[in-house]
Design a protein around this ligand. Structure first.
Ligand code: PMP
Length: 394
């Protein structure tokens, strides 16, 4: 327990639930985009089956594993057997069970820097040694990983959010995916390809998954961002021995997931025409918000900070330039920002080794265009306020 820290983001969510604060902090889908009517219809339909309120198979109901095997198999470009799929309580549970299955205390895990905080919590709880590899505009810098391996690093697991990284927003380039897959094969580590955002592309679909390129990959995805987080339906697929280990651990963790929400998810994911239309709509709506947020930041912070182009997912990443007399510390800025009625996640919350104190994550998914523009104005007000304060203090 000594190694565990509360997630800065979960803590912020409590604070930012205040109605006077516009939160760009959490990674929450807009409830207005969650297909509640379609979920209600499906719920009514599945409730006519007594099995929908019964315990389920530990690895998930077969109807859902079949539709997931079809969808994931299409991305891999090969047939995927439903026995190679395990449904989990959100993809977060997949991460947690995989850490138990694949790691012994003291094993090395490579993560990206900045990293997904939920993965850091899981790997720290497993008493792993966490080693960070930097990210750039093309995702994990695989050449840095390669030189670490050449110098003797022997990770058990490499974790990557290859599509629309949380928090950085970037996509792992195709050549880096291929190299990562080769390195996994040569050095015998597992890759956890953690992909809850891949379907939310705004301009072009993402490159082939790393799982299509090596058998040493366990791929995770989720219904949270495309259907609803409250379904708590996530999944993993990978080699059978990994699925079997996860199944054993899941028996001890929760016996099984919810038959009810799994049947609902199966119904929605199997309804091809509806799903295609729903995804097109989500991409359009989130893409429009991303554009507005990026433009607002570019406008309000010209010459002060840069913002990453948002090409998918839910986040963009802002970095204050270091040329000003008093460099911005975003953890300090957050306090002033809250007084101005806006919240974000400071970069330091995601840092492993890197100094991310001048950076921050903004979520464009939860708020409408107007609110996003207003939030960025408030952020500019907070920046001006804290700059004035630091002049007074110095
Ligand atoms: N992986 C990443 C990279 C995430 O951003 C999240 C959610 N924020 C998850 C996994 C877990 O999501 P869920 O359990 O809802 O599928």
């Amino acid at each position: 327990m000594d190694r565990l820290r509360s997630s800065a983001i979960r803590d912020l969510l409590t604070l930012t639930a205040r109605p006077d604060i516009v939160s760009l902090a959490g990674g929450l889908p807009d409830p207005a985009f969650i297909p509640r009517d379609r979920i209600r219809q499906e719920m009514d339909r599945v409730l006519t089956d007594p099995g929908s309120v019964q315990y389920a198979e530990t690895t998930g109901i077969l109807a859902l594993r079949k539709v997931l095997a079809d969808r994931e198999g299409a991305r891999l470009g090969r047939l995927l057997d439903p026995a190679e799929v395990v449904v989990t309580h959100g993809s977060q549970q997949a991460l947690s069970l995989l850490a138990q299955a694949l790691l012994d205390p003291g094993d090395t895990v490579v993560v990206e820097d900045p990293a997904y905080t939920g993965a850091l919590q899981v790997f720290r709880a497993a008493e792993a040694e966490v080693v960070a590899v930097p990210l750039d505009e093309d995702g994990m810098d695989v050449s840095v990983l390669e030189s670490m391996l050449t110098q003797g690093l022997r990770p058990a697991v490499v974790h990557t959010v290859a599509n629309f990284h949380n928090p950085r927003g970037v996509v792992l380039a195709a050549d880096r995916r291929a190299r990562l897959a080769q390195l996994a094969d040569s050095y015998g580590f597992w890759v956890i390809e953690d992909d809850p955002y891949g379907e939310l592309w705004f301009e072009a679909p993402t490159p082939d998954p790393v799982a299509a390129l090596s058998d040493r990959v366990v791929r995770l995805s989720s219904a949270s961002k495309i259907l609803a987080p409250a379904l708590r339906v996530g999944w993993l697929h990978g080699p059978r021995e990994v699925c079997q280990a996860v199944e054993l651990l899941k028996q001890g963790a929760d016996l099984c997931g919810s038959s009810l929400t799994q049947q609902v998810a199966a119904g929605l994911l199997a309804d091809g025409p509806w799903l295609a239309e729903h995804l097109t709509e989500l991409r359009g709506r989130y893409g429009a918000r991303a554009k507005v947020l990026v433009a607002a930041v570019e406008n309000e912070f010209a010459g002060i900070a840069s913002v990453s182009p948002a090409v998918g997912g839910m986040f963009c990443w802002m970095e204050f330039y270091g040329h000003t007399a008093s460099p911005v510390d975003t953890s300090v800025l957050l306090q002033t920002a809250i007084e101005h009625g806006v919240a974000f996640v400071p970069g330091a919350a995601f840092g492993v080794g890197a100094d991310l104190s001048s950076q921050l994550r903004l979520c464009f998914a939860t708020s409408s265009e107007d609110v996003l523009v207003d939030a960025v104005r408030r952020l500019r007000g907070a920046y001006d306020g804290s700059a004035a304060e630091s002049v007074v203090q110095s």
